[in-house]
Design a binder for this molecule. Structure first.
Ligand code: HPA
Length: 270
């Protein structure tokens, strides 16, 4: 695996001829950030050695390198979900590569179902912790000490300084920003009402099908992490209505400008 990571990282470094420090996984709600990036290089995943290819609707699958405000960033347009059939090693491979390209700070976004009754559909929530409900752990198997420790610490994963900065930015721009615990589960089915209830009881404020594997791996390698989520539907008893992928995308699109602004200003402020 190490050899593959290095080959892919070298390929990217040669393409961009730079070592950007900021990596972004443009999940649901951050797609619009692409239009804010002054693109210097864009490479379809299919042209990157060892990269899996994205399959889900609404994710085009390319790596973008460019300037976001004053900072150079490397952004993944389209991520790899466990529910698509990829192994956890595949889902998290790009994060490994990011580290070897030089990324020290990673920014991730997603859509989620609200579990906390204080959250409303359309709310933007900073992730301050997570619960891993995926059936497979991305660090299972032989540990390569060069990548990170066998038993990595998971306290304070979501960087407090970045979270505080984001809150400050939200206040300055009149954006209503909440904070909570993200529960990651495999999907692809949305939850039954009983499952939403269980995820609430077990400590989640929102539930979604991504992010946790990538964040665990980013932490394993000592990267700083910032995560943000859009509540696209409610899993709160009495508020649950039928949900679809297109509805999730529609709600997320509405919150996208605010989310984009927060990430842009946050990266600028570092
Ligand atoms: N559950 C899981 N994943 C999701 C949801 C949800 O309700 N909404 C958006 N992604």
């Amino acid at each position: 695996m190490l050899e593959k990571i290095k080959v892919t990282a070298n390929f990217i470094r040669e393409k961009i001829n730079y070592s950007p420090e900021y990596g972004i996984i443009l999940g649901t709600g951050l797609g619009g950030l692409v239009s804010e990036i002054e693109i210097i290089e864009s490479v379809p995943y299919s042209e990157i050695p060892n990269f899996p290819v994205s399959t889900v609707d609404g994710h085009s699958g390319r790596l973008i390198y460019g300037k976001l405000g004053t900072k150079k960033v490397l952004a993944m347009q389209g991520r790899f979900h466990y529910y698509e059939g990829y192994s956890m090693k595949e889902v998290t491979f790009p994060v490994r590569v990011f580290k070897y390209v030089g990324i020290t700070n990673i920014f991730v976004s997603n859509a989620s179902g609200g579990l906390n009754p204080d959250f409303k559909v359309g709310d933007i929530v900073i992730i301050n912790d997570h619960i891993n409900f995926f059936p497979e752990h991305p660090l299972r198997g032989i540990n390569l000490n060069e990548l990170g420790p066998r038993f990595p610490d998971m306290s304070g994963i979501y960087d407090e300084h970045l979270r505080n900065k984001a809150k400050q930015i939200a206040i300055e721009h009149n954006i209503n920003l909440k904070e909570g615990v993200y529960t990651g589960t495999s999907g692809p089915s949305f939850e039954t009402p009983a499952e939403y209830k269980m995820f609430r009881i077990t400590g989640g404020d929102m539930v979604g099908m991504s992010t946790v594997p990538e964040v665990i791996v980013a932490r394993h390698m000592g990267m700083k992490v910032f995560g943000i989520s859009i509540i696209t539907d409610s899993g709160v008893s009495g508020e649950i209505v039928e949900i679809s992928h297109s509805k999730v995308q529609e709600i997320a699109a509405k919150a996208e400008p605010d989310m984009t602004l927060i990430i842009k200003k946050l990266i600028e402020s570092i």
